[in-house]
Design a protein around this ligand. Structure first.
Ligand code: C6P
Length: 405
């Protein structure tokens, strides 16, 4: 299918609306992407056609809902090239997935063991591990970053030791757009016998990871960052690891047998899926992946790179504008500030012009501390954005500069 951005935009009802009297320019895709009608329709179809609880009923509706939910798991399995569907655990999103693994490692870690995080992490991939260290006496080490917003791999090599049990790094930084060299990170960690968790929340709308090829132990993502709904995501885990970790929550559907003396747990993936899940969300996640694949990740990457290149070039023409995150490998995220102007003020003026960006620390305070700034303005582009929208952003930033200087 030829890539035609005007046709693609017709799939997204929200892109037709106005904000503050101007056509919406949505550049906050790293916070959450917009949803095509194919995804919205899959939710409407479920609630209006076959809403029922899954894995529980012999009646037709329950079986239809179960089939659709498990079919979505299959779509996700194939998309990420996972060996078995049971290695795909539905969660409420990346934050939930990371907490599930962190909780499980409580029974594995011992005082003095080391776990390694990167300087580029979202708070979701820092705080659960700090909490785990408090509970276990494990030590948290940090892979440092450089001025370009890249991880310093020689330092990582120095940090790794026989005491390292787990390494967790994001695939793409939400604040800077850096694409981290996860292939090397995974290989280096494995050489020391450490497991690796990759936070793919920002990656999966831009590229298609092959999880078996990566040989990663755990990988997480959220549907809402890849054109799916909020409140659903996945944890991928190698079967051996998922067998080893204890369940995260107890409840219905995660058991094999319950008596007051003893409970035995269900097989994977159900051992980690207690309670009624987000059924419509899981089904719609599958629809979102089908939608992205129909467009094609090569085309998505090509178009987004064009937007990134053009926006970077045009924004840098503005006197006093600095871009944070200039890694050689980066995705379509531009974090910037205007000299002497608070990012919040720029974001507020852009909003008046119908342009949605995120301002602040982007839940990545250590990165802001590194650059000694309170935050940035972040414009994050998706495949449905256009060069005309980049021009609107650049004009808006110029106007904001005039008004605020
Ligand atoms: N980043 C952003 O504006 P949840 O909220 O669980 O779906 O995802 C958390 C998360 C974890 N890791 C990374 C790298 C992320 O970017 C995010 C979410 C959004 O950057 C909202 S804070």
């Amino acid at each position: 299918m030829a890539f035609n951005v005007s046709d693609i935009r017709k799939d997204f009802p929200i892109l037709q609306r106005e904000v503050n009297g101007k056509p919406l320019v949505y550049l906050d895709n790293a916070a959450t992407t917009q949803k095509p009608r194919q995804v919205i329709n899959s939710i409407v179809d479920y609630y209006s056609g076959y809403n029922a609880n899954i894995h529980r009923g012999v009646h037709t509706l329950s079986q239809e809902a179960t089939d659709a939910y498990e079919a979505a798991r299959g779509i996700i399995q194939q998309h990420f090239n996972v060996e078995k569907p049971s290695e795909v655990i539905f969660t409420s999103g990346t934050t939930h997935s990371i907490n599930l693994v962190a909780n499980g490692f409580e029974s594995i870690l011992q005082t003095g063991d080391e776990i390694v995080v990167s300087a580029l992490e979202h708070h979701s991939n820092i705080v659960p591990w700090q909490m785990l260290c408090e509970r276990t006496g494990a030590i948290l080490k940090v892979i440092p970053m450089n001025e370009e917003g890249e991880l310093v791999l020689p330092e990582f090599k120095n940090i790794l030791s026989a005491r390292t049990k787990l390494v967790f790094v994001n695939h793409i930084s939400n604040a800077l757009g850096t694409i981290n060299p996860i292939e090397e990170i995974i290989a280096m960690a494995h050489e020391k016998g450490a497991a690796v968790l990759i936070d793919g929340a920002q990656a999966c709308c831009h590229l298609k990871p092959d999880l078996q090829k990566l040989d990663v132990d755990f990988y997480t993502t959220s549907a809402h960052k890849m054109c799916g709904p909020t409140g659903v995501g996945i944890l991928y885990g190698k079967e051996a690891w998922l067998q080893k970790l204890p369940p995260y929550q107890g409840g219905g559907e995660m058991i094999s047998e319950v008596t007051f003396e003893k409970t035995t747990y269900a097989e994977l993936p159900h051992k980690f899926e207690a309670g009624t899940p987000n059924i419509a969300g899981g089904i719609a996640f599958g629809a979102a992946i089908d939608y992205l694949n129909a467009i094609g990740f090569e085309q998505i990457e090509k178009h987004e790179n064009e937007l990134l290149f053009y926006a970077t070039k045009e924004l840098l023409k503005i006197d006093g504008l600095r871009i944070y995150g200039t890694a050689a490998r980066k995705t379509s995220v531009i974090s910037f500030n205007l000299s002497g102007i608070h990012p919040y003020d720029v974001g507020t003026i852009l909003d008046k012009m119908g342009i949605a960006v995120r301002t602040g620390h982007h839940c990545a305070q250590p990165i802001m501390d590194y650059y000694k700034i309170p935050g940035t303005v972040r414009a994050s582009f998706a495949f449905y954005n256009t060069l005309e929208e980049v021009n609107r952003l650049v004009d808006g930033v110029k106007k904001a500069k005039l008004m605020l200087s």
